[in-house]
Design a protein around this ligand. Structure first.
Ligand code: HEC
Length: 140
């Protein structure tokens, strides 16, 4: 009995270490994670369209892999930033795409509550992370 007991204690610890090691090997792709969580429902996992919410939209979401190609090979970061942030869109403007600047500000406020944080910087970081990911989806 004396010999078995220490191993019983070690088993969960080594399991935890092992799963930690496996987790550390998988690199977290923040942009991809954000895109799959918030955008793929309309734009599809590939960004080409065909997300599950498509039938509820008045307008089809554009193919996000063609943005650079349609702009003489240049990924139009500043314009896309404004489209995603959405602050310049009129309040009653026809728009199927959510206004992400506002969505993120609400989510962050729910998450951080009374904690002092920089809301503007957080929204900017999220949108830039998404743009970096969408830039990687571009067809040549
Ligand atoms: C509810 C569906 C929906 C979701 C969710 C959604 N989009 Fe959109 N998106 C659209 C539609 C529809 C358009 C076309 C413009 C319009 O009707 O608003 C669009 C347009 C865009 C455009 C503009 C492309 C251009 O050339 O002007 C970008 C960039 C974009 N979406 C990125 C995103 C990102 C990033 C997310 C996630 C944070 C996202 N979208 C989530 C539906 C959606």
């Amino acid at each position: 009995m004396k010999k078995i007991v220490p191993w019983l204690f070690l088993a969960p610890i080594s399991l935890t270490l092992y799963s930690g090691a496996v987790w550390a090997q998988q690199k977290t792709d923040l942009g991809k994670r954000e895109f799959e969580a918030n955008c793929a429902s309309c734009h599809g996992v590939s960004g080409k369209g065909g997300g599950v919410l498509l039938e509820f939209l008045k307008r089809s979401p554009p193919d996000l892999t063609q943005l650079a190609k349609n702009n003489k090979g240049v990924f139009p970061i500043a314009r896309l930033y404004d489209v995603i942030e959405g602050g310049n869109v009129p309040v009653h403007g026809a728009r199927d795409m959510p206004v992400w600047g506002r969505e993120y500000r609400i989510k962050d406020a729910e998450y951080y509550g009374e904690v002092n944080y920089d809301s503007t910087a957080l929204v900017r970081a999220r949108i830039l992370t998404l743009l970096e990911y969408i830039n990687r989806l571009q067809v040549p």
